[in-house]
Design a protein around this ligand. Structure first.
Ligand code: SF4
Ligand code: SF4
Length: 134
């Protein structure tokens, strides 16, 4: 099972290693997709976690006990192939490289497992071919 989470931290728990807890205590495989830290030590981290569902649940609780705010991200991007004209605007704006082009047909390809639901591609598409949904 693979799920994506947004984790918020502050100066009180910034020193805690989220990845260490997830790997050593729950045998999960984390992949950090995005991380931002402010000058005061607060920030956010978006990561995908792969592993057993019961362990994912337990890990969520464990991180909450450490003071992290953790939310599962369940939004997905969908593309209307009839509207899309493969212009590439979404390819260049996506911060986590969810889009690519088929090297033979040049058709747009989308890997939703990478998406962090930022919405940038939706706003960038001039023909409204992309949408975020649950
Ligand atoms: S921006 Fe819109 S039209 Fe352009 S490739 Fe992406 S989905 Fe297709
Ligand atoms: S919402 Fe669009 S731009 Fe943002 S991460 Fe997902 S695919 Fe990329």
């Amino acid at each position: 099972m693979d799920k994506k989470f947004k984790i918020e931290f502050d100066e009180a728990n910034v020193q805690q290693s989220v990845a260490y807890i997830l790997v050593s205590e729950f045998d999960l495989r984390p992949n950090v997709l995005k991380a931002e830290i402010e000058g005061d030590g607060s920030g956010i981290m978006i990561l995908s976690l792969e592993g057993d569902e019961a362990k994912l649940k337990a890990a969520e609780e464990r991180l909450r006990q450490e003071g992290f705010v953790i939310k599962e991200m369940v939004m997905r991007i969908s593309r209307d192939a009839d509207l899309c004209w493969n212009c590439g605007a979404c390819v260049s704006i996506c911060p986590v490289y969810s889009f690519s082009h088929d090297k033979d047909t040049w058709e747009l390809l989308l890997d939703n497992s990478k998406c962090i639901s930022c919405g940038s591609c939706v706003n960038a598409c001039s023909v409204h071919a992309l949408s975020l949904h649950l």
